[in-house]
Ligand binder design. Sequence first.
Ligand SMILES: Nc1ncnc2c1ncn2[C@@H]1O[C@H](COP(=O)(O)OP(=O)(O)O)[C@@H](O)[C@H]1O
Ligand SMILES: [Mg+2]
Length: 285
Amino acid sequence: MSATGSSARSLRLIPGSSRASAKLSLRGVSKTYRQESGELVQAIDDVSLDVEPGEFVCLIGPTGSGKSTLLNLVAGLDRPDRGEVLMDGHRIEHPGPDRAVLFQEPALFPWMSVRANVEFALELSGVSKAERREQAMHWLSKVHLADFPNAQPHEISPGMRQRAALARALACQPDVLLADEPFGALDAQSREILQHELQTVWLETRNTFVFVTHNVREAVFLADRVVLMSARPGTLVAEHRISSPRPRAFEDVLLAKVVVDIHDHLLKEVDRTVSAESNAQPDLA
Ligand SMILES: Nc1ncnc2c1ncn2[C@@H]1O[C@H](COP(=O)(O)OP(=O)(O)O)[C@@H](O)[C@H]1O
Ligand SMILES: [Mg+2]
């Protein structure tokens, strides 16, 4: 760590061991899919990763490197073929209210107002009717939507819809937040605003967070640790610890330096994907 605490450790290979204190543990996890053509595609291979309680981990990697696969396994939406996925030492078998998931397209009910969407999630979490409205407004104000509780999802911008989805996820006070490129469909400006807001909210809630992105700048801005996945089949090739104090600013030159390092590494992985795909072309012809 530098004197300012803002530099990152150099990239290093991740050991496959697992710590007892981990909130989430993946141990030797592999997943293969059978495509409609019948072809088998190994999405991830022998992935081992521990996420500490309250840690913000960003997963980056080229398209097709198994980021969504890994996240879906932690969400309990899918099962590994080999290895195990644990939360607090217990095997994850299915989705649960202890893990909220944010997707690129916010999955709001279109016929409900923004507030009703949050209230509905609170109802499912067992919050009494008397308390639901106040709690929903509390979380909406955290994401700067307090002035739009009665808006229908189609009446607000894509960035505001994603904020509403974040308020709904936070309202259930999950142990773990999982996000799969949640800002991927937003314009650059909205994306930056949301990144700042997410940083602010996370500093208050300190949820354990696994956040998938292929935007290196976003990963470095948000994460305690950036984990890089290889081209398919996805394995974990390196990690970068980001020790810069929060709140962070995009102008932080030390963060910019880490972005360049990770970007170079990611480009090598993308090159590997491209050459692997072009080598596979004759088989597809
Ligand atoms: N449900 C599925 N059925 C078949 N193949 C899949 C399925 N999900 C993912 N894959 C394949 O697994 C690989 C990894 O996909 P994915 O996890 O979506 O990668 P990423 O999110 O990094 O882009 C890709 O080749 C993809 O086509
Ligand atoms: Mg994906």
